[in-house]
Ligand binder design. Sequence first.
Ligand code: PEP
Ligand code: MN
Length: 463
Amino acid sequence: MYGTRMRPGVERSIRHSPPATNDGDRELCLDRWRELPRRQVPPWPDPAEVAAVCATLGKMPPIVTPYEVDELRHRLAEVCEGRAFLLQGGDCAETFTGNTESHLLGTTRTLLQMAMAITYGGSVPVVKVARLAGQYGKPRSSATDSLGLPAYRGDIINARHPAESARAADPQRMIDAYANSAVAMNLIRAYPPDDLTDLEELYDDTYDLIRASPAGARYQVISGEIDRARGFVRAWGPSERHALRESKVYCSHEALVLEYDRALTRINDGRAYALSGHFLWVGERTRQLDHAHVDFVARIANPIGVKLGPAASPHAAIELCERLNPENLPGRLTLISRMGNRQVRDVFPAIVDKVTAAGAKVVWQCDPMHGNTEQSSHGFKTRRLDRVVDELLGYFDVHRSLGTHPGGVHVELTGENVTECLDGIRGVEDQHLPDRYETACDPRLNMRQSLELALLVAEILRG
Ligand code: PEP
Ligand code: MN
């Protein structure tokens, strides 16, 4: 099905981006999604106000640039071809009030620490993508919440406060989402240390903590190996350290509120880039082949992802590959499986097998969170770390048995010491959930749980 078309070289120079023209937009049919069936439509009250907001956003400078987007696609091609690993993580739902320096740095540091464990332990470069600087829209399973109010749909649409007026969709929130994303991206870009000593210090900060915890004992062997690898890298020459110094963090969000992502799309060299973020994904609820969301992301040049839940068939996965990556470019498409630990070993093998047999180039990524959500005995939405770990183990088993590259992981996490996911005797038990349950939507791993997961991944990758 797929030819052996050459991958065009990645353009690394910063090009002058000509202003978007209506002609270019029309040729690329960037508004075709407006005519298609669409799920999860924000209940905007006034289309004229939406249009006015989008016209304003259309004139704003973008959050990211085309050359960075191409650079990420190139790095994901390395993942696709088995030479790198993709680590993606951050909030389920960012909030405007939570968009603080400490929160952003907490997430970024946690990702860097996890990446370091995976790089040292698994001897593989890690591409880091944050669910930050734009993760403001949420798909909902029900239009109303447990109080009978209109559902909270993320800060880009309405407010979380439980009152009818707060839950009204307000298009002006797209401007706030843009402003918040811009300041977040500014900080994320400026922050990651490019000095090895800083990175080492960052790692030291939490390494002792991990070693002192029950997880540390469990991962004693890999911890020791990471320590030896660090000593080796320290003793080695500067050029060999370069890979560790590469600590760029890209940003990502779900392509859900299409009005917003479309308004921040710009034409560069004849191609459309959704410059609201580097990497955009389509969620499990909106991935219908002939619907609006798939149509929109099919027309942009960004690296994109699609979530696949346990109901996804191998045929549906192949259709998505053909539709979203007709040129079969490595790094263009990431298939994000979120099967749940009880289904991953049954459902996932046929998908990987058929997609591989069809010759489709994809990055495989495991989201071990969304298939493992449950209610705690006190009514908190939570996830058990042992189920998260079990899905990851199942995911790696499937890839090992099929000889395919287990490209990456995608998790909801925060650098803060929250109590949202259960890990039994290791720290968060049922009765601890109310202590620091702060998420605006789904439960996130805290820093210690995130690091434990990274150590597990490092251990598996080491073989
Ligand atoms: C999410 O990533 O927060 C999400 C809603 O995921 P999914 O589409 O897989 O349910
Ligand atoms: Mn979520």
